[in-house]
Design a protein around this ligand. Structure first.
Ligand code: IPD
Length: 277
């Protein structure tokens, strides 16, 4: 890793760990005000905003020419501008619904892209104290120990995460239900899970606890950091229709093996999404 890039990563890591304290303290208190964004299924709290502000202020002070794509800045009206400049793609709390319900499956996600390539990822659950990190070429780590995706090829031996996000259009629901049926009835998958945070779902794949994860409707900030970790853990990440993964493409399919991706991809009913940048 280039020394400059290492410095970027180390700075982000320090900020993410400190931001963890803000999230943990809020999590230990009774839930406070919750606001809705696009609908009653799309939530934001003052903690999401405070953590995003903290991370952006800290990174901006250290690297004034870096750019940002942050979930709450975008929902507050900022445009997604993805350029070749070093860009931090930030979700202050992935799994806000879990956070609001005090379900301890949430993650602070910070990804770094340079020349539009995802270079480093940090996914931190400050409640369970699980810190996942990876940079291109370094391997993937959980709390400093190497992690690896599973080698499962057959759906009948696989636990697969499917998740319905905040988008409840009828085509989303019917694709989700049909695909679930195919996985569970036609292919007799060993299990199905849904952890309520795209990044946590992906970390479950990265550490080999589950074998695959598919979701439509996600955003760049939910998956940018996690994508680097999946790849470095030896997993595969593509678009559910089989095309290459596009972090701005609003959908993701990741698995431990390409064989499993291919089976899931051919059995899914695909939904069209406009790329967000
Ligand atoms: C959401 C979570 C959820 C997923 C949604 C995401 P947020 O992110 O990752 O699990 O189903 O697609 O938007 O809003 O909690 O940061």
């Amino acid at each position: 890793v280039h020394p400059d890039e290492q410095k970027f990563f180390n700075t982000a890591l320090g900020l993410v760990k400190s931001a963890g304290r803000i999230v943990r303290e809020a999590f230990e208190q009774p839930a406070s005000a919750v606001e809705t964004k696009s609908s009653n299924t799309d939530l934001v709290t003052e903690t999401d905003r405070a953590v995003e502000r903290y991370l952006i202020d800290g990174l901006h002070a250290a690297f004034p020419d870096h750019k940002f794509i942050g979930e709450e800045s975008v929902s507050g009206g900022a445009k997604i501008e993805w350029t070749d400049a070093p860009t931090w793609i930030i979700d202050p709390i992935d799994g806000t619904t879990n956070f609001v319900h005090r379900i301890p499956l949430i993650a602070i996600c910070v990804g770094l892209s340079i020349n539009k390539e995802l270079r480093g990822g940090i996914v931190y659950n400050p409640i369970t104290n699980e810190l996942y990190t990876a940079q291109v070429g370094t391997g993937a780590f959980k709390n400093g120990f190497p992690i690896h995706a599973s080698s499962t090829q057959d759906l009948s031996a696989a636990v697969v995460v499917t998740q319905l996000g905040s988008d409840r259009r009828p085509e989303m629901i019917s694709s989700f239900i049909q695909s679930y049926q195919t996985l569970m009835l036609k292919h007799n998958a060993q299990g199905n899970r849904s952890f309520g945070s795209a990044a946590i779902n992906m970390m479950m794949v990265a550490q080999g606890s589950v074998d695959g994860y598919i979701e439509y409707g996600i955003h760049a900030w939910d998956v940018a950091a996690a994508a680097v970790i999946i790849r470095e853990a030896g997993g595969t990440i593509i678009s559910p229709d089989g095309s290459p993964f596009n972090v701005m493409g609003r959908c993701v399919l990741c698995t431990g093996t390409p064989q499993l991706s291919s089976t899931i991809s051919t059995n899914f009913t695909h939904v069209q999404f406009q790329a967000e940048a």
